[in-house]
Design a protein around this ligand. Structure first.
Ligand SMILES: Nc1ncnc2c1ncn2[C@@H]1O[C@H](COP(=O)(O)OP(=O)(O)OP(=O)(O)O)[C@@H](O)[C@H]1O
Ligand SMILES: [Mg+2]
Length: 256
């Protein structure tokens, strides 16, 4: 299958099992939403998919385009087309947004074609300017240090800017809506929709709020509780959840 596949994944943190026999398929071109209570393992899942060394699987497989990637480093995963927009992006003082993006793009180009000499600077500047304008980011952001002193919403826009520049095949967006004001939510969602359509991306969108899914329509909504998916359905499932909360699922699906 072209896309991301997770088979029977378990992940421990400090000997405690957080992800429990988790399975999910996100084919390219589809948008899947994962919703679930705090502390259920959503961010842990996103870190394991991206290859965070502290979140190595104890069981199961992560596949990208039918290849098992369990032992790949995060940069190998990125070069292969995986992308993670983090719930809490880290500041990188000393590295400007522009330098970071150009370096990342060049590494990906070189991975695809070893004789690539890197993106010409005028071309890079043009694309960056375009994408920043589209996301309504002030041009001065490109010379600021990555996430250093950025407001919550600015960090989220910077994550989407990275996605727009790197054009991944599969993107995991961990609470990309948290901290965004009402206008920014729409701008960011439109940006994600455009990218998804233009590039036939597969998207795994982690969110607490149904409202984001009004803007980015998921093909499937999954509910994750206690480390695995307990229920999947169409986008209406998110509405039902908004209305009823999580207790009805706890009652219907007694946890082991
Ligand atoms: N480095 C760590 N050390 C100790 N516990 C951890 C660590 N990382 C995650 N956990 C625990 O693992 C559980 C799952 O955390 P995770 O961040 O994946 O939840 P989440 O579903 O993303 O929650 P939220 O909706 O609040 O973002 C939590 O109980 C958390 O405290
Ligand atoms: Mg989280």
């Amino acid at each position: 299958m072209t896309g991301l596949e997770i088979k029977n994944l378990s992940v421990n943190i400090h000997d405690k099992e957080i992800i429990k026999n988790f399975s999910l398929k996100v084919p390219k071109g589809e948008i899947h939403a994962v919703m679930g209570p705090n502390g259920t393992g959503k961010s842990t899942l996103s870190y394991s998919i991206m290859g965070h060394p502290a979140y190595h699987p104890t069981q199961g497989e992560i596949l990208l385009n039918d290849q098992i990637i369990n032992d790949w480093s995060p940069d190998q995963r990125s070069q292969a087309g995986l992308f993670l927009a983090m719930q809490y992006p880290v500041a990188v003082p000393g590295v400007s947004v522009a330098n970071f993006l150009r370096t990342a793009m060049n590494i990906r180009r070189k991975a695809a074609n070893p004789s690539d000499k890197g993106i010409p600077i005028p071309e890079f500047r043009k694309i960056l300017k375009e994408k920043m304008a589209y996301l309504k980011m002030d041009p001065s952001f490109s010379s600021r240090y990555l996430n250093d002193g950025f407001s919550g919403g600015e960090k989220k826009r910077a994550e989407v800017l990275q996605m727009a520049m790197l054009k991944p095949e599969i993107a995991i967006l961990d609470e990309i809506d948290s901290g965004l004001d009402i206008d920014a939510l729409r701008i960011v969602a439109e940006g994600i929709n455009t990218l998804a359509q233009e590039n036939q991306m597969g998207i795994l969108i982690i969110t607490h709020y149904q409202r984001l899914l009004d803007y980015i329509k998921p093909d499937v909504v999954h509910i994750m509780m206690d480390g695995h998916i307990v229920l999947s359905g169409k986008s209406e499932l998110a509405l039902e959840l908004e209305e009823k909360g999580y207790d009805w699922i706890r009652q219907e699906q007694p946890l082991p």
